[in-house]
Design a protein around this ligand. Structure first.
Ligand SMILES: Cc1cc2nc3c(=O)[nH]c(=O)nc-3n(C[C@H](O)[C@H](O)[C@H](O)COP(=O)(O)OP(=O)(O)OC[C@H]3O[C@@H](n4cnc5c(N)ncnc54)[C@H](O)[C@@H]3O)c2cc1C
Length: 139
């Protein structure tokens, strides 16, 4: 249950300034998946980041890549959605205060660094999170 929303901005937020970053990985598959996860970022007024896999696929700009060959970020909350947690990705976000991961594979390495883990299909989990945020906003 979401108790409080820290930010309520929207638009394109620079990852360096973002208090919350939601990053999308290969698990989101395609443009529709990216849009779904971006919706969560928009709901929270969060920065929208990416693993390299989604940059290489052309779904995300390199300026949004988090990791060894991307941005080094340390937000209050980092949500890794459909990201395995490769060492090169961790190099960019390991300093985040709180890490939440959504991944359908319970063995995904991201769970080794996550403070909160949701094992599940992001196409089911993200809409539930968005619904909870909507409720929290209207209450
Ligand atoms: C020199 C070098 C530099 C690199 N620099 C970077 C860098 O800066 N940043 C970076 O990110 N990577 C970098 N990489 C690449 C890195 O090694 C990984 O390949 C990359 O991070 C993987 O991205 P990913 O986690 O999105 O994809 P994957 O590793 O393919 O993981 C996808 C994850 O999604 C999960 N998944 C699949 N479907 C679903 C679903 N429906 N619901 C929920 N979960 C699902 C899977 O279980 C899996 O864990 C670099 C690599 C090299 C060699």
């Amino acid at each position: 249950v979401i108790k409080e929303l820290i930010a309520d901005a929207s638009g394109d937020i620079d990852l360096a300034d973002a208090n919350i970053i939601i990053s999308v990985g290969r698990g989101a598959k395609d443009e529709a998946g990216v849009e779904l996860v971006k919706g969560l970022a928009d709901d929270l007024g969060a920065g929208f980041g990416s693993s390299r896999a989604m940059v290489d696929k052309g779904f995300m700009a390199h300026s949004k890549q988090v990791g060894q060959t991307g941005k080094i970020v340390s937000p209050t909350l980092y949500m890794a959605i459909g990201i395995s947690g490769a060492i090169q990705h961790l190099a960019g976000m390991g300093g985040s205060k709180v890490i939440l991961a959504v991944n359908k594979d319970p063995e995904a390495p991201i769970f080794n660094v996550a403070d909160y883990g949701i094992v599940g299909d992001l196409f089911e989990v993200v809409p539930i999170l968005r619904e909870e945020i909507k409720k929290a906003k209207s209450s």
